[in-house]
Design a protein around this ligand. Structure first.
Ligand code: SF4
Ligand code: SF4
Length: 72
């Protein structure tokens, strides 16, 4: 799926690393490999690959991620 690209710089994806508890679920559920774990926290490593599917938001236990599909 990594090869699928969408418009650059329009995703509404926001990650609050302060809230991240390091569970790693976002790295597992994201179909676009947007996140990686770094220093026990998630980090956005491929922002423009995000297609705003909401899977990370729905699985994050600490509400550290938000996305507003349809805004971009
Ligand atoms: S909204 Fe979907 S594509 Fe974007 S980072 Fe979350 S899981 Fe990945
Ligand atoms: S799902 Fe949420 S708490 Fe878990 S690693 Fe990702 S951002 Fe952090």
């Amino acid at each position: 799926m990594k090869e699928l690209r969408y418009l650059d710089e329009v995703s509404t994806l926001v990650l609050d690393r302060e809230k991240c508890v390091g569970c790693g679920l976002c790295t597992e559920v994201c179909p676009q490999a947007v996140f990686e774990m770094r220093g026990n926290k998630a980090e956005i490593v491929d922002f423009n690959a995000c297609m705003e599917c909401g899977a990370c938001v729905n699985n994050c236990p600490s509400e550290a991620i938000s996305v507003s599909p349809g805004v971009g």
